[in-house]
Each structure stands twice: as structure tokens, then as C-alpha cells.
Design a protein around this ligand. Structure first.
Ligand code: S3P
Length: 168
């Protein structure tokens, strides 16, 4: 059985919508950021602070390569498919889905939740985020499926994903 793999920017809801989707489809939920935290015994911001982004990315790649296909929903970190080897590894085990949320909406959400995100710990975080969004959009669009989330609620978003994925 193919894994369902959620991809997209920070704040897109990969983890929250992913958990709901997993419940709905009776799949196991896996979060690659959480697996890195478990492996190193430290939070994501501490990992960035103590070891740097490169080391975080190396762990991210090795975690991604250890994943297997099956009845799972996988939530990935926002930067994970920027390494093409990661995208290739994910494609081998399942269907990649881009949760596409408009930039302005993501910025609104991140005003509340940016604190735990090391790449957004700066005064000009909105500009930095905007630049990341623009750089990454084309990479995310390489996913097998694109689902537009817009203003959809958590349940609606999970439903939309489910409908797209169930026939794959
Ligand atoms: C990152 C996104 C984060 C986390 C790390 C880097 C990124 O995950 O992996 O802070 O580069 O976009 P979320 O997308 O779950 O916030």
C-alpha cells in the first residue's frame, strides 16, 4: 500500500491536517520532524541552535530514507523536498501531496506559531518567509497531487485530501 505524504510550507497544516486524515483513513500518522526530535532528544529549534541547519538536514534525509510504504500518512518538514534525493525517496514509497495555502494566509497563521520555527526567528521574518515561499513553490509543485487549502477548516481540508487520495 502506498504511503500518503504531505508536503508544503511551514504553517500549511501538514501535521494537524495529517493527523485528522490519518484518523479518517485509519492509517498511522508519522511526522518526520518528530522522528528527528525523538532521535536527537532535542527540540527542532535546539537542534538548529546547537548543530546548525546542515546537520538538521542530514538527519532529515536519513529519516526520510528510512521510511517505508504502507498504511501511513507522513507529514514532512517544509524544507524536506528541497533536496531532490529526498523527493525521490518519498516518491518511491508513496504519493506526494502539496498542501497549497496562499502566502498571505500562511503569514497570518505564523504570527501565532512562528516561535518554534528557527528559520523565522528574525525581525524581518515576513520578508524571509515570503522569499522562501517564492523559491520553494516550483519545487512543491513537482508533487504528484496539489490540493488547495485556502480558508478550508481542518475537517474540510482532511476531507479534500482524503477524496483526492482514496482513488490513487
Ligand atoms: C522547516 C520547516 C519545519 C522544520 C524546520 C525547517 C523549513 O517544519 O522542519 O523548522 O525549512 O520549512 P514545518 O513545515 O512542520 O514547520
Amino acid at each position: 500500500m502506498k504511503a500518503w505524504i504531505l508536503v508544503g510550507m511551514m504553517g500549511a497544516g501538514k501535521s494537524t491536517v495529517g493527523k485528522r486524515l490519518a484518523e479518517m483513513s485509519q492509517r498511522e500518522f508519522i511526522d518526520t520532524d518528530q522522528l528527528i526530535v525523538n532521535r536527537l532528544g532535542k527540540s527542532i529549534d535546539k537542534i538548529f541552535e546547537q548543530y546548525g541547519e546542515q546537520t538538521f538536514r542530514d538527519h532529515e534525509t536519513s529519516i526520510i530514507k528510512s521510511l517505508q510504504s504502507g498504511a501511513v500518512v507522513v507529514s514532512t518538514g517544509g524544507g524536506s523536498i528541497l533536496r531532490s534525493e529526498n523527493l525521490e525517496a518519498l516518491r518511491l514509497i508513496g504519493i506526494t501531496v502539496y498542501l497549497r495555502v496562499p502566502k498571505e494566509q500562511l503569514i497570518e497563521r505564523l504570527k501565532i506559531s512562528r516561535k518554534k520555527r528557527p528559520l523565522l526567528q528574525r525581525d524581518d521574518w515576513e520578508d524571509a518567509f515570503g522569499a522562501l515561499f517564492d523559491q520553494r513553490a516550483a519545487v512543491y509543485e513537482q508533487c504528484d497531487i496539489i490540493v488547495d487549502i485556502d480558508n478550508a477548516s481542518l475537517d474540510e481540508s482532511a476531507e479534500r485530501l482524503y477524496k483526492e487520495l482514496i482513488n490513487e
